[in-house]
Design a protein around this ligand. Sequence first.
Ligand SMILES: [Zn+2]
Length: 286
Amino acid sequence: MSEESIRTTAELIRHADAVLVGAGSGLSSAAGYNHYHRNAVFEANFHDFEEAYGIQSLFHGFYYIYSKPEQQWGFYSRYIKFMEDAPAGQPYIDLVEILKDKEYFILTTNCDIQIPKVFPEDRICQFQGDFRYFQCSQPCHDKLYESHDLVSAMLDNMEGLEVPAEWIPRCPECGWKMVPWVQDNTFLQGEAWQTAYQRYEDFVRKYQGKKLLLLELGVGEMTPSIIKLPFWELTAKNENVFYACLNREASHSPEHLRGRSLYLQGDLAETLAALRQARSIAATIK
Ligand SMILES: [Zn+2]
C-alpha cells in the first residue's frame, strides 16, 4: 500500500455521488475476529471446546459434527454470546468515519454482528444472515426470532459444555429445533432477507448513471457470486462506476475493467486507518 494509492482512493470517495461497500470475512479478520483460523481470540475464549473436541477455529466449531445436539448448542450459544459481546473492531469504526458524509450502502457476507453494531439496519444487507436471529430448521414459516434471551438462558443452564435438551430452542409453530439464521441448506430467505436485498437493489438503481464507487473490502475467493462478480459486472456495464478492491491478498480484475478499477493490497486494518486519516485531512483542507 503506497501513500499515493491511499490518496487516490480518498479522492475517489470524495468525488463519488455514492459508495457501495462489499464487505467480506477479511474485514472481520482485520478487526481481530478471524472465524476461519485459529488465533489468540479463539484460544482465549474457546480453549475448553478445543480440548473436548479438537476444534481448531470458530468456523470448525460451528460446522463440527457433534454426537448430540446438546453439545452442538453448547458451542452455538457460547459462540453467539461471544459475537454479541465483542466490541466493534477498529476497521469497522474507521469505515464509519470514512463514509460519514457520503451516501452509502453495505452488502456483506459476514454474519458476525460487527456491521450492525456500527451501521444502521436500513443501510446494510447481510446476504448470509445474522447470528442475532434464529429460524425454524425446516423452516415451516417465515419468521426470525431474536436469539439473545434464548442464548442467555442456554448459557445460564449449561452443564459443562452441554446445553440440557429442555433448553434447546424449538420452533413455536412446529416444534422442530431452531437453527441460527446463517447460510446453510435450510437458510430462510424470507421477508426480512428480501427487504434488505431490495434495499440493496434500490440503492444501485438510484445511483445508475451517477458516479458510484464500489469499495470491496476483504472479499475472498470462496463465494465470489455474492459481491465480487456482481461488482465486476456493475463496473463493466456502467461507465460512471469505479471499482476499488482492498484486500490483504493480491487480486486481479478482468482486463476490461482497466482504467476504472484499482487494487490496494495490504493489511486492511492499516489501509482503512490510513484512508480515514486521508479523508479527514482532505476535509480540513476543503
Ligand atoms: Zn417450524
